[in-house]
Design a protein around this ligand. Structure first.
Ligand code: URA
Ligand code: CA
Length: 434
């Protein structure tokens, strides 16, 4: 088999066989296929597309390129959740204990990564003592006895995807649904998920900006799931404004605790109930999404979800008493309100700008080497549909280093659009693909 012939075939719009795709991924991973040939093939795929069968083969080949986590020792159906990424997305912190509290095992692998805030692990490290250092045996034992565990993502999950993503990034071939969907699904499959619930964000603050694009991505991933025997459900949710109020690490832990206590932001609570319901159904913990939702709602109101969070924190070495005394989370030196000189109804909040503002304050990593400040970030006081009076605070900055305050204040002010009349009701969930 020759890479030249495979590029030629895809260039002319033909479908590649499983053997050809395996050859490409193996050769690219071990270095026998050079970057320039892989770049040419990526562009041919970008222009010519891939059938659902090809996309499934590519996904499995990339999943098999490195470690594949065997979770067969965890009892029950292992369901994982993935978000395509948004601003202030606190859902994993809530879903992990919430879903575990109704008896569905949660074996979660998470990363740190680049972004507006840290990843789930960074956020939880706001809690003194919390650690993800554990062996695979301890991880599985913890899921079986406590219902939930979190582990850092091993460096060798889907290395082919890591290498390909870096190449796509510099060859203008990221924005391609077969390549995005196989990239995301390969990592979930290698991490051992039996079933996958995808939160596909749509809107300005999301990877997919249009509703059509978001549905197409969800459909592609659900197709892959069905093709490789992993039940997959895609929920399309809004990212035209940040989710919840908090964007920051300790601030989002606080927001998750509020939500688990039953008084979190309405949008975050609703999205967690929707995603959680599908996770419970996928794991066989309820027959319908309605039945699952009832269980989750009961767990929130009875305090069982909060208790499960404490149990989980203790199991990972964290100080669970902090849940009842959140002032012991890392605190920023200064809280600075941001006001607007105008009056009106909030019609839009440019999510991307809010995220960048939080990162500038130190909440996220610009480069792999950046240090995160767990205490800093932004808490919004006004969301789309709310009325604002001139001079009223729309948000509070949590700051340790004041050098960026002027710039961040300006960005946030510009991120808010006001209208004279009340805007139409903002949608949170646009649809579900199964
Ligand atoms: N996220 C991924 O993991 N892969 C992509 O290709 C795009 C977004
Ligand atoms: Ca949030």
């Amino acid at each position: 088999m020759r890479m030249y012939d495979i590029i030629h075939k895809k260039r002319d719009g033909e479908a590649l066989t499983q053997a050809e795709i395996d050859f490409v991924i193996k050769g690219f991973t071990d270095g026998s296929i050079p970057d320039y040939q892989m770049a040419a093939l990526s562009m041919a795929i970008f222009l010519r597309g891939m059938s659902p069968e090809e996309t499934a083969h590519l996904t499995l080949a990339m999943a098999a390129s490195g470690d594949q986590i065997d979770l067969s020792q965890v009892q029950g159906v292992k369901v994982d959740k993935h978000s395509t990424g948004g601003v202030g997305d606190t859902t994993t912190l809530v879903l992990l204990p919430l879903v575990a509290s109704v008896g569905v095992p949660v074996a979660k692998m998470s990363g740190r990564g680049l972004g507006h805030t840290g990843g789930t692990i960074d956020k939880l490290e706001s809690i003194p003592g919390f650690s993800i250092e554990r062996t695979k045996e301890q991880f599985i034992e913890q899921v079986n006895t406590k219902g939930a565990a979190l582990m850092g993502q091993s460096g060798s999950i889907a290395p082919a995807d890591k290498k390909l993503y870096a190449l796509r990034d510099v060859t203008a071939t990221v924005d391609c649904i077969p390549l995005i969907s196989s990239s995301i699904m390969s990592k979930k499959i290698a991490a051992g998920a039996d079933a996958i619930v995808l939160d596909v964000k749509t809107g300005e603050g999301a990877f997919m900006k249009t509703l059509d694009g978001s549905f197409a991505l969800a459909e592609a991933m659900v197709n892959i799931g069905e093709n490789v025997g992993r039940h997959t459900i895609g929920v399309i949710s809004d990212m035209d404004q940040p989710l919840g109020f908090a964007i920051g690490n300790a601030l989002e832990v606080q927001e998750a605790i509020d939500t688990l206590k039953g008084h979190g932001p309405a949008d975050l609570t609703e999205l967690c109930l929707v995603l959680g319901s599908y996770m419970v159904v996928a794991a066989g913990g309820a027959a319908t999404a309605e039945e699952a939702r009832e269980k989750l709602t009961e767990s929130l109101s009875s305090g069982r979800a909060l208790e499960t969070f404490k149990t989980f924190l203790r199991a990972q070495g964290g100080d669970a008493s902090l849940v009842d005394e959140p002032t012991r989370l890392p605190q920023a030196a200064k809280k600075i309100p941001v006001t607007l000189p105008r009056t009106g109804f909030v019609s839009r909040i440019h999510a991307e700008e809010v995220g960048t503002s939080a990162m500038l304050l130190g909440a996220g990593r610009e480069t792999k080497e950046s240090e995160i400040d767990l205490a800093v970030g932004i808490v919004l006081h006004k969301k789309v549909g709310d009325r604002v009076e001139a001079g009223e605070a729309i948000a509070t900055l949590y700051v340790n280093d004041e050098r960026k305050v002027a710039e961040v204040t300006e960005r946030l002010q510009a991120a808010y659009e006001l209208s004279e009349t009340e805007p139409p009701q903002h949608r949170l969930i646009f649809g579900v693909v199964t």
